[in-house]
Design a protein around this ligand. Sequence first.
Ligand SMILES: *Cc1c(COP(=O)(O)O)cnc(C)c1O
Length: 369
Amino acid sequence: MRVPETLLIPGPVSVSPAVLEAAGGPVPAHYGEDWVAVHRRLTTSLRGIFGTAGEVFLLFGPGTAALEACLASSLVPGDEVLVAVNGMFGERLAEVCGALGLLVHRVVPDGREPVSPAQLRRAAAQHPDARAFAVVHHETSLGLLNPVGDLCTAARELGLLTVVDAVASLGGVPLAMDTWGIDLCVGVGNKCLGAPVGVSPIAVGARAWAAVDDGRRKPAGWYLNLATWRRYDEMWGAWHPSPTTMPTNAMLALAAALEELERRGLDEHRARFARAAARVREGLRELGFEMVIPDEHASPVTTAVWGLPDMDVPDYLAWLRTERGLRVGGGLGDLSARAFRVGHMGRAADADVVDAYLGATADYLALKR
Ligand SMILES: *Cc1c(COP(=O)(O)O)cnc(C)c1O
């Protein structure tokens, strides 16, 4: 059964017809010469998008599994880690660290603000034994960007290993892993890259390998262990570049999405989202809405919006879906039922979809008044 709806949520995204077609072919094997060529094209292209000369692995699993693999492969129980927390995904990152037995120190800003390098330095001074710093680049629960470049540069100066959740920013927001001093960085195919769900790229720098190889016994098991992925790439790379069976159709679709992205150019790919975000913010403001995050810290990938004072937000979201086939995201955590979130990736960045969404919202308000 096909659900006839267009996604304007913060991921997954409605993909282009070419990407859909690439996903819909016969199921290929995940090994052999042809497959190795596909795999290498993907990792080469992703290296460019991460901005790294390091290794890229294509984990079969959600972004959270890739983050767990990074943390579990490089740190051990009892290690102290500073985690930037200014939304649900920062809190999730702290939770994953805690589940692995790491000692978490949260770095929390006042209110719905980005975490600043000064706050990180203060936290590091309070916890001089911290080994690592973990941060979400685009905090999707708020549509807020953390200044990951400045934060990771500061963290490097403090001697901390840096782990970045770029799940909702890879391909949508400038990211320069090597220049910014990021050691481990995680994305997904199904958000800013415009592919279906299935693959989470992990980029690993030299300092991360030093942590993986520091001789301490890591809590990572076998599958979510970067050492396993490296070993199979070295051992079997010429015919079977991953340790397990891979979601080959999803990977072909990701390859098609990256071809589209490269044809368009990475700058233009990102500018498309930013234009859609600006149009949505402007159009909603004209209808009387207020944005949760001021423009200067807002992500161009997702916009969180306060419901109008007299508005039933869940009713609005249900109406958009059933009456217009548009799925917009709800508020998370303390924003639940008070705010909603509009994604600007994939089809949601197209002007016809933005117009349909703004028109539908005006119609809904007219109908309910
Ligand atoms: C979507 C998202 C995740 C979770 O990704 P999964 O693939 O569902 O594990 C993690 N972090 C951020 C910032 C996200 O936007």
